[in-house]
Design a protein around this ligand. Sequence first.
Ligand code: ACM
Ligand code: ZN
Length: 756
Amino acid sequence: MKNLVLVLMWVLLVNQASAQCPIIPSPSFYSPGMKYRIESALVLDSTELDVNNWNYFKSCLKNLFDIDLKHTEANPLFHFGASPNLSQPPNIADEGYIIDLTLMGNSIDAGSRSGQFYAINSLLQLISHDENGWYIQGATVRDEPAFKWRGLHLDVSRHFFSVDEVKRYIDLMALYKFNTFHWHLTDDQGWRIEIKQYPKLTEVGAYRDSTMLGHYSDQPRIFDKNAYGGFYTQDEIREVVKYAQERHITVVPEIELPGHSRAALAAYPELSCTGLQQGVPGTWGIFDDIYCSKQETIDFMKNVLSEVIELFPSEYIHIGGDEAPKVRWEACPNCKKVMDENELANTHELQSYFIKQMDEFLTSKGKKLIGWDEILEGGLSPNAAVMSWRGMQGGIEAAQQKHEVVMTPTTYCYFDYYQSSHPSEPLAIGGYLPLEKVYKFNPVPNGLSADEAKYILGGQANLWAEYITSLEQLEYMTYPRALALAQSVWCHEKPSFEAFLSDYLAYQEDFLERNDVNYARSIHQPQLEISRKKNGINVHFKGMGDDYHFTVSTKEIGGYSMSGGQAMGVNDTLFFEKAPWGTDPKIIQTSVLDEAGRSSLVNRFVLHSNLGAEIEMVTQPHPKYNHNGSLNLVDGIIGTLPWKGSQWLGFDTSYVEFIVDLGEEKDISSVELGFLDQNGSWIYLPEQITVQVSKNSKWCLKKKFTTKVESTDPTLLLNTSGRYVRVRIEAMEQIPIGQEGGGNMPWTFIDEIQIR
Ligand code: ACM
Ligand code: ZN
């Protein structure tokens, strides 16, 4: 017997050394033990198990594994220890828990009902199946969250999701220990919450008579002409709030003001500056018509918020505050009167004044206001919390001013962005946010003192639904990226990305399948790693791990005869040689197939004569849109649409300048550049390009060529020679007023430069 115990201890220790952890988010401590067989029922002592938690555990066990949950006080597999009634809370953090399912113990202790709920969700991930049937992986688990706000957001205005679909979203959040559901209930394209005092908000504001199809940047834009809409009754809202509460999730409602309010203004046009009757728009974007700042609107908003407060027990109420153009306010006599009476210097201060009214009102009702980081402009209201989305700077400023902050920067947290550049990705708004990038998210940015960092409540991902038209697609955009986010908001010290990926692949894809989640398989596509090589580039197809096998085949297209396919293994590299000077580029298409014949990654390489050339960037791309640095401009991959971020370099500067080194002096007849024209995303063609050529990088004014840019692929005709080619691109001064982002500086996105 003693020997058996020793052997088991040894097995346990060996297991521990190589232990992969099935639980995500990764617990603070995990040490696996032996397997405990489960026949048709899991039998435990539930005396101390909270009744909601019991119901949740029971239904998950049944739905996921067809296992029953049974109570016994005689010889249970394990028991729930002190916690739910907290008569004697053990020494565990509020949301923490300890699972001790080992040779030595059989208890689960928690610091609260929430902690107990998180323990249950970990147990669900410890259940597995082998040739002998179901078992629960015995383990010691100690765990507690790093952050108080672990959020996912959902926009139900641009596309509507039914109560059942919202519940499903909440169910999946619960599995990964998210605790805040940010429900974006109102926006330009639809008002989705019943307000008894203002019935037209839903009678009129919840429906639009057309919806944009395709991408906002498509020319021409196309629309369907179908009525579209829906809203939640107050009873349905209560039902969702209760459902979430049972899963230890707080629902934070967002009622947008003063911008993104066209649906409300369609119902009550008298609340706008012009009083003009307009419909609920079926197009996306930012609209000039926003709530007027007059007293009548403030009273309306307070009445709306009074009903909202009654429905949502949440401590925080989100009032939006983002993307509110001030053109109507600038021209409005009512707004001018409010500014004069309150001695406000400009319309930013007017917005701040508007928000302060809401802050005072919510504070008087025992609630806290939270808003997007634009609420910093014109002065932050005394009790406001800030949700930082335009990067983390807004959050940093707010924390330094001792205001609470939730970090949700586009860079890491916008799950409406593409997660790979694979052609099969469903249409998305743009941008590029692969799983690995999400994993890098840390809600506490560098540069905050420990004292300031205390104001960071946590982080959240946002699911804006312009292009998310179904629950299936919503799950695709959310998973698996939400698991990477869960790591960032739950773990005190998260494992490396490689360790996370290995755990994810070993356990979580099965778990997601068991939960019928339409998760994205984008990470199964090999990544392309491109590097400069003498006379060309190396393209390395990087698979996910040693076990992942695929083949890459190449063929020449565009006037060349096809050559045979080429079989490759994992981690293979192709060398592409640049075309000899003076000849046309060769076009090569590569495609990747996995063993099951699935998932083909097709890439097209244009092997031009300056492929892989050295480039000195005089202006640096914006860090968000700087995939592979200057090599991006000469990697043979021509940027395509829809825009997925990784193929382009993006600049928010008034000009862009770089110098290409051809290695030796050449006769140069033309320079061709590629630009992105996506005005809906504030990306514009530049005004003009100037090219200079030099033998020795001393710039002679005579060898200067300038052209206006009128297409996405302008070509400058030169007749000169030299080694260095300096390109200067002048952006348009500002986005024309009346356009999306009017008055702001446009972005310039460039791709391949081809010199002949
Ligand atoms: C936002 O994405 N406009 C908050
Ligand atoms: Zn006004």
